[in-house]
Design a protein around this ligand. Sequence first.
Ligand SMILES: *Cc1c(COP(=O)(O)O)cnc(C)c1O
Length: 333
Amino acid sequence: MSPSVSHSPPLFRPDLATLEAARSAIAGTIRSTPITPSADLSHRLGVPVLLKMEHHQVTGSFKLRGAANAVAGLSQADKDKGVVAVSTGNHGRALAHAAKAAGVRCIVCMSNLVPANKVESIRALGAETRIIGKSQDDAQEEVDRLVAAEGMTLLPPFDHPAIIAGQGTLGLDLLDQAPEVETVLVPLSGGGLIAGVAAAVKAVKPGIRVIGISMDRGAAMVESQRAGRPVQVEEVASLADSLGGGIGLDNRYTFPLVRDLVDDLITLTEVEIADGMRHAYWRERQVVEGAAAVGLGALIAGKVEIHGPVAVILSGGNVDMAQHFRVMGGGEA
Ligand SMILES: *Cc1c(COP(=O)(O)O)cnc(C)c1O
């Protein structure tokens, strides 16, 4: 009998040469985001705490790194036919922008349950939109049709080598800016970000620790790692909405990379995520979405074992401002 897929080594692990190539490929598209010490958390924890301000990335999240790298890696023939995605969130925004910057046609498919402002913001970034049916599955059918009938390329949000390598450039940048870092806190959903970042920082500094952080309900990667194979989880509404969704039962790349490269997984309650958002605002003067606040939330909740300087990735800022206002109304953490 062949060994089960989940125990075989990763099919892809970006090495330094691949990550450096990704960094050059996306240099003209992305912004270099600052890393800033948090005086408050450094004082509280007794070690330097550094915030990687990736919520200031173009399109509001790190996802532009992966999308730009994946578009850059297409053959001219594939660029001529264009790219498609199903995401309504940060991946859709990033792909729309990356494709437009490269002069590549982009269609983002979504169901008619998606709010009009989200559809409009993807259109404003230069993508065509197709509103199909009542569910994500209906939208996926239209994507499959565009791939089969028009030869367009589907670029998924995380389980793809070029996406993982693109997200990994954030790890290279982080250690260039702060080589003293010993622990990196990374928001975790499908695992493209943490797989890329872990591969990058461990290639440069093998002893560094990488910790993934998710919400405590509906965290597909965390549940899958506990089960030892990709599993489906029920989706639950969360302040960290960008961390929702499955990892795919046919996950190929990110499940084994997370298993092999991530040192620890932490989960947070909704109150702890809100505390992270409030800390970002009141103490750091930063507006971040719930998904981006989980590193701060984990530190404030005392859930991270501290050994030396810590970097916290603030992964995105695309929060509904009315929701942000309501969370801030809960006062300072
Ligand atoms: C997509 C996303 C994440 C999670 O990234 P994965 O690669 O899916 O693990 C975290 N934060 C924000 C803001 C995101 O958009």
